[in-house]
Design a protein around this ligand. Structure first.
Ligand code: NAP
Length: 251
């Protein structure tokens, strides 16, 4: 019997697939059977090898998602494969740190462009394709800072709140049209994004003290949640923000 978690024959577009959480989610989706279109601003060779070792196809698109024309190229190249894009994972994201009163405008725009505007554009353009097919799964990557204020990361917090707004808004509009839109809100994971936090002993200890699981998340911890939201197993789940946080939000 085919498992309701199987992604055999599916095609998933994953942004920021080259490392960190995007790499782990690409591998998780491939382990469940999906072929991957992986997007990064630099090469994603390591992920390509990992996905191909599993026996799935990997199509790489190198593109800078802070530029609209590049986003359109990602859409064009994805649809040119002449296959349905079944799953979109909007994972690419950046962070800039500075006191709010000194935050440079250029850093505000840089973060909003990748974390918010590119998410909107890809949801809109790949969403149209999914609506034509009458089905699709969109999974946006939110954050604990979709719920909290954070510290010295104002545009990141603004963009991750927006990711929740985009997710709920699209879920409402598209639920009856076969396209489910959900988000995963990771807690604190050990990746390049959080390297400065982990390098700061005091900050790192205070973060750890609030995590009931007593350890930072490992990128592989997102495999199960992303497969669930991409698969038939979650067909009645839409507009949900799934916290994968070792208990952070309840502590
Ligand atoms: P990461 O290791 O820094 O990876 C970020 C990814 O985004 C990279 O693959 C990067 O590709 C891609 N990216 C960044 N700017 C891009 C651009 N302009 N065009 C194309 N790709 C771009 O960070 P991560 O921790 O895995 O974060 C992944 C997502 O999870 C982000 O949205 C982040 O906000 C979110 N998140 C992370 C944590 C955490 O604790 N780590 C917690 C909550 C949410 P290139 O290197 O090729 O540019």
């Amino acid at each position: 019997m085919k498992s309701s978690f199987s992604l055999d024959g599916k095609l998933a577009l994953v942004t920021g697939s080259g490392k960190g959480l995007g790499q782990a989610m690409s591998v998780g989706l491939a382990e469940a059977g999906a072929d991957i279109i992986g997007v990064g601003s630099s090469d994603t060779n390591e992920t390509k090898s990992l996905v191909e070792e599993i026996g799935c196809k990997y199509y790489e698109i190198i593109a800078d998602l802070s530029i609209d024309a590049e986003i359109f190229r990602v859409v064009r190249e994805s649809l040119r494969l002449d296959r349905k894009v079944d799953i979109l994972v909007n994972n690419a994201g950046i962070i800039r740190r500075e006191e709010a009163e000194n935050f440079p405008d250029k850093d505000w725009h840089a973060v909003i462009d990748v974390n918010q505007h590119a998410v909107f554009k890809l949801c809109k353009e790949i969403g149209k394709h999914m609506l034509e097919n009458g089905e699709g799964r969109i999974i946006n990557i939110a954050s604990m800072l979709s719920f909290q204020g954070g510290n010295r990361v104002l545009p990141y917090t603004a963009s991750k709140h927006a990711v929740v707004g985009i997710t709920k808004s699209l879920a409402n509009e598209w639920a009856s049209k076969g396209v489910n839109v959900n988000a995963i809100a990771p807690g604190y994971f050990a990746t390049a994004n959080t390297a400065p936090l982990r390098a700061d002993e005091k900050r790192s200890a205070s973060i750890l003290a609030r995590i009931p699981k007593n350890h930072w998340g490992k990128p592989e911890d997102l495999k199960g949640p992303v497969v669930f939201l991409a698969s038939e197993a979650s067909s009645y789940v839409t507009g949900h923000i799934l916290c994968v946080d070792g208990g952070w939000m309840s502590s």
